[in-house]
Design a protein around this ligand. Structure first.
Ligand SMILES: Cc1cc2nc3c(=O)[nH]c(=O)nc-3n(C[C@H](O)[C@H](O)[C@H](O)COP(=O)(O)O)c2cc1C
Length: 179
């Protein structure tokens, strides 16, 4: 019998939603907004995934997600996080996991970073303001490296570096766990 997979996501500007839908299409799962999920839903699924965005160094909504999963005795099958920084920023990404995940999560919960981009058109006013301040600080930082200067230019406007390719490590991990 095939697994019933639920991919819960939190998404403000659409990148995480798109990744969740790609994962759903690839695994035969169901993508659903986190806020739609309530007690009772989990008995219909064998595996649950959670995806969200990076937000000023934090994984947006992770604390609420942990709470819901704990209350419903759900063991998360995998976590994925989308962000503006490219996948090549391995050190920053490793640091991000360390700052956001508990020690036991780091060791047992499969977790995946997927580069996405920025969409100013769909951002809320506060997010747009936060980005403006961040870009200003990056541009006026003393002794910034050429890479940092380049990144400051890139993040000043919308861009999309997402790709279906980046879901593959997660999909392969899910396939490995089929009994
Ligand atoms: C205020 C703000 C802060 C952000 N902070 C980070 C960050 O710390 N690291 C990162 O890689 N991306 C960061 N991003 C980019 C988002 O994580 C990225 O656009 C994400 O894919 C958005 O997901 P969504 O479209 O599903 O809402 C930030 C975006 C905003 C608006």
């Amino acid at each position: 019998m095939s697994r019933r997979i639920l991919i819960l996501y939190k998404s403000k500007t659409g990148f995480t939603k798109r990744y969740a839908e790609m994962i759903a299409a690839e695994t035969g799962g169901t993508a659903m907004e986190f806020k739609e999920a309530g007690t009772g839903i989990f008995s219909s699924y064998d595996q649950v995934l959670f995806g969200s965005r990076m937000h000023a160094g934090r994984i947006d909504g992770l604390e609420n997600a942990r709470k819901l999963f704990q209350e419903n005795e759900v063991k998360l099958a995998a976590l994925f996080v989308t962000g503006a920084m490219p996948n090549t920023e391995a050190r920053t990404i490793a640091e991000m996991w360390k700052n956001n995940l508990k020690a036991e999560e780091l060791s047992v919960l499969p977790h995946f970073y997927m580069q996405s981009g920025l969409c100013y058109e769909k951002m809320g006013i506060f997010d747009r303001m936060m980005m403006k301040v961040f870009v200003f600080m990056m541009k006026h930082k003393k002794e910034s490296s050429p890479d940092e200067k380049h990144f400051a230019e890139i993040i000043a406007s919308s861009y999309d570096i997402s790709s279906k390719d980046y879901i593959q490590p997660l999909v392969e991990c899910m396939n490995r766990h089929v009994d």
